[in-house]
Design a protein around this ligand. Sequence first.
Ligand code: SAM
Length: 417
Amino acid sequence: MSQFLPISVVGVGLDGREGLTEKVRKIINEATVLVGSERQLSYFTSSAAKAVKLGNLEETIALIKTHQEASEKIVILTSGDPLFYGLGRLLLEHFPPNQLTFYPHLSALQIAFNRIKIPWQNATLISAHGRNTEALVKAIQRGDKKIGILTDYNNNPSAIAQLITALDLPFSYQFWVCENLEGTEESCRCLDLETVKSEQFSALNVVILLREETPIPDLETLPSLGLTDDLFLSFPDRPGLMTKREIRPLILAELGLKPEQIIWDIGAGTGAVSIEIARLFPTSHIYALEKTAMGASLIKANCQRLNVENVTVIEGSAPEKLPNSIHPQRIFIGGTGGNLTAILNHCEEQLVTGGRIVFALATLENLEEARQWLREHQWLDRILQIQISRSLPIAHLTRFSPLNPVTLLTAWRINQS
Ligand SMILES: C[S@@+](CC[C@H](N)C(=O)[O-])C[C@H]1O[C@@H](n2cnc3c(N)ncnc32)[C@H](O)[C@@H]1O
């Protein structure tokens, strides 16, 4: 048994005393020491308790311990739920659990989700308050559907908006900023990224991101090459599974394309490579083979969205479903489903004289298997190891965020370079 009276840790909202239950008000009324921020203490100025302003944590803890030893009735005021990214965790590092009793208020994120009327049981909840944005970057890149974020002075809504832009996502987010929740100046607004980047917000805010369906692109403004990833519809469960914008031009260059060619894109995924080729070479024709039904329908939908008509989508596995009598000048292999050797045997038969194959490889095993086949069949090759990093704003600074490395293997028959 502890010889000390338990310390009450009470969550308080911007509605101060009013938002508390009768039971919690009674605990505060009976307190002889009240610890809290200036704002939290301001709700209880009529209390006769000694007020301790939360400052340096170590010093405040030492002071609380002195009051505890003097058998004072201590109440520590915190914001929201003390055990949700709050003071509670730190208090548990300094006091045994049996010396602490928690009386949570609603978390700012719980209130925010309720204000915008979105069920939040399946949301990803992240604190960027006094922390780095690593977990946030991962959640955004994964394309989590609902993300609730606790912010701070540096990781504020504008910095988060800049981060989203820099990540060049294959989808977009509705961006909600919820300020001064439960206060007289409460506001919850859905804003576009550019507005968020330039606006100043109240220090008390949380951000909610809700993933949106990809909007229809404005075809007039699209570049001829280098479409941004967010223009493509992608796999809902694997939004990152796409050959990235910075890699696609290198693949096109390695393919050494010319107008009026037949090109096979094997393992076409969402069709990003096929579509870049198709738009740049309208007189060429691309056969995009994709084994998943979802991928095949995504390629068709992406062709339609981007007004591309020179791509034929074939659903099925290579080599079985590869065309037999339509001989390609160029072949791009982005996925093999474990059939690399069989696919290469088929490609060798079908590729026209002077043709070329480019592979995008993610594993050393596939690279080795491909090179062994090329050696045995007397082909030549060259390899490009691509490691690209994009700039990423971190609060008011910038760092590099690496994309997954890709190996491009370009191959041609020995006597037909
Ligand atoms: C250290 S965390 C504390 C979280 C708290 N334990 C909770 O359950 O909500 C601080 C975060 O809560 C936000 N916050 C606290 N009170 C708020 C309010 N009334 N309105 C909006 N955001 C608030 C801050 O802006 C910051 O993002």
